[in-house]
Design a protein around this ligand. Structure first.
Ligand code: ADP
Ligand code: MG
Length: 349
């Protein structure tokens, strides 16, 4: 008879690779983590370059507050973060908080992290398949550059699950567009350096004005003038939940649910409850095969929503789902009807 296997503690590199599978599913999830880090660091400009759908290269350059040379190694460690101290997990105001992204990316790819704080010298650290090199001096202006090459070289099984470069690049673009909607005062660019090229794929300049002006400008830049000109402003509040954004008139509806952008405390989410509520708001204003277009932001005290449901963090759980649903349905419906577009006139094409 076989001996039952003995229990043993896994090594840190293996643990990190396993964890990476949770956090980094594909190039777009790596880009999401890196851009969120840039935004958490107060960046006003974020530049992303990818090559081959992000498989061979992802580079994110930001002008945020940077990382001190002495902290570079720590930033790469698992469960090391500057964003929470663990005393209040219900009160999170940043995109990140798990301290897992850089450790995970360094475990499954070849990464260099180069950074400079105001008033300090620049420094760089490299990590490849979990193995770190010593910190060395580097020249750059204030901010951070993360360069990630050969994503998943250390986990070949994961590489096989990637889709075509085109599909991966599209997913990267989608992530950046969503984050760009959430941060209209920040400038974003996406470049594609496949095959030695350097092609600009996407660029939005920082918007100005009040939040609604800025958002309107940003939505026009990303979703098109047509959306912006056919969208009504949403601004409503109920019991600590604030709903803002723009919802397109029923006449601007789409044949597929492709233009529905939902955010909770500025975090892009794909949430069944909210998508269902949006549908409900247009219920008798649209025929069954048409889909509303909208960019809506729910903000509330972090205590009223749990964003801690999944590492990829696109799911959320509200303390009072019915209240949120009711707010969205009522506010959007009200705004649409106010704008004079009634069911009878708008069940178009
Ligand atoms: P988390 O974002 O959950 O804290 P990460 O692994 O993504 O974990 O990052 C670890 C830490 O490294 C962050 O808490 C932050 O202090 C620092 N860091 C990462 N990226 C940046 C950046 N672009 N600018 C400044 N600091 C950064
Ligand atoms: Mg992070």
């Amino acid at each position: 008879m076989n001996q039952p296997p003995a229990i043993h503690q896994l090594g840190e590199d293996v643990v990190n690779r396993i964890a990476a599978g949770e956090v980094v599913e594909r190039p777009a999830s790596a880009v999401k983590e890196l851009v969120e880090n840039a935004l958490d660091a107060g960046a006003k400009r974020v530049e992303v370059t990818i090559a081959d759908g992000g498989r061979t290269l992802i580079r994110v350059v930001d002008d945020g507050w940077g990382i001190a040379p002495d902290d570079l190694a720590l930033a790469l460690a698992r469960h090391a973060t500057s964003k929470i101290d663990g005393s209040d997990l219900l009160n999170i105001h940043t995109f990140g908080f798990r301290g897992e992204a850089l450790a995970s990316l360094g475990a499954v790819g070849r990464m260099t992290l180069t950074s400079r704080r105001a008033g300090a010298d620049g420094a760089q650290i490299a990590v490849s398949g979990g193995a770190q090199s010593p910190v060395r001096p580097a020249a750059l202006t204030q901010g951070t550059v993360v360069e990630l090459r050969d994503l998943f070289f250390a986990t070949p099984a994961r590489l096989k699950f990637l889709r075509t470069d085109r599909a991966e690049a599209q997913a990267v673009g989608d992530v950046i567009r969503r984050l760009a909607m959430a941060e209209p005062f920040v400038a974003f660019t996406l470049r594609d350096a496949s095959g030695g090229d350097d092609r600009q794929v996407f660029r939005v300049d920082a918007e100005s004005g009040d939040l609604f002006d800025a958002l309107h400008g940003r939505l026009a830049a990303i979703l098109g003038r047509d959306f912006a000109e056919n969208a009504v402003k949403i601004d409503a509040e109920r019991e600590g939940f604030h709903l803002t954004g723009y919802a397109a008139l029923p006449t601007y509806s789409r044949g597929a649910a492709v233009a529905q952008y939902l955010f909770v405390n500025n975090r892009p989410v794909r949430d069944k409850l909210l998508i269902g509520a949006l549908k409900g708001a247009y219920a008798d204003l649209l025929s069954r095969d048409r889909h509303p277009a909208a960019a809506l932001f729910i903000s509330c005290d972090p205590q009223l929503v749990d964003v801690n449901v999944h590492p990829a963090k696109s799911e959320v759980r509200f303390r009072d789902p019915a209240l949120v649903r009711g707010l969205l349905v009522t506010a959007v419906r009200h705004a649409l009807l106010q704008s004079g577009h009634r069911a009878s006139t708008t069940v178009a094409d």
